[in-house]
Design a protein. Structure first.
Length: 245
């Protein structure tokens, strides 16, 4: 009898002991999900992040059971891209729930394939952007680049500036950045700005023009175009939608 996608993931997780591999790392959250976004494996750090005590409180559930709707939608959007064969590599982002201090994290997500190459789920990790995470990014020569983006995302950042930080020509930098992060430098920056804007739209009452400027967009019109491109909603629609939930 053929295995279901969830049972295939369980088989892979058990054979590779993926969850156990990440147990010693208290600062690294690890998870495996099936194609429907249901959690199949997690580690202790994941439980602690959600103030839970037993894996049974998570296994079989989705992000919509664990997180605010706007975050769950973002996670699901990521999953859909990964299920199409894409990867999220060393993406810096602000994470944290309402009422908590948001921190900078580094997130990675990859597809899980069965023995026939079919994508049957996703796996991911996220950890605070501490020294260890910076060293991981720095191994590819991009730690100064990521640090600059983190600290200056509100400002105009050119590829020439970033290439100088990486001590590369612009052309070599753009090629190597895409090889390592699977997006262009400017896509990486725009995705970060939109993620931060999402939090501001949900958790604050700031005018849209103010959110646009604080998140690094030239003006409200530019903000609206890029936001709609990434989320399929205008900033106003996004705010009204999650305000009702």
């Amino acid at each position: 009898m053929s295995q279901t996608p969830a049972s295939r993931i369980e088989t892979i997780a058990q054979s590779l002991q993926l969850a156990e591999l990440f147990e010693p790392f208290e600062d690294v959250q690890f998870w495996i999900k099936d194609r429907e976004g249901r959690y199949c494996r997690i580690n202790r750090a994941f439980l602690l992040n959600y103030a839970l005590t037993e894996p049974s409180q998570v296994i079989g559930k989705t992000d919509y059971d664990l997180s605010p709707a706007f975050l769950a939608d973002q996670f699901r959007f990521d999953d859909e891209q990964v299920l199409d064969g894409q990867r999220v590599v060393n993406r810096i982002e602000r994470v944290g729930q309402a009422g908590q201090t948001a921190s900078w994290n580094v997130t990675n997500k990859i597809p899980i394939r069965d023995a026939h190459g079919r994508i049957i789920g996703t796996a991911g990790t996220t950890r605070q952007l501490g020294a260890e995470a910076r060293e991981l990014i720095g191994a590819h020569g991009f730690e100064p680049v990521v640090a600059h983006i983190r600290d200056h995302y509100r400002e105009h950042i050119s590829n020439r500036q970033l290439a100088a930080l990486a001590h590369m020509s612009v052309r070599a930098f753009e090629r190597k950045f895409h090889d390592n992060f699977h997006v262009t430098p400017q896509q990486y920056i725009r995705k970060l700005r939109v993620r931060i804007a999402c939090r501001a739209l949900v958790y604050t009452e700031k005018p849209l023009a103010e959110v646009a400027l604080e998140c690094g967009f030239a003006d409200q019109s530019h903000f609206a175009r890029e936001f709609r491109h990434q989320t399929r909603q205008t900033p106003r629609e996004y705010r009204e939608h999650y305000r009702r939930l």
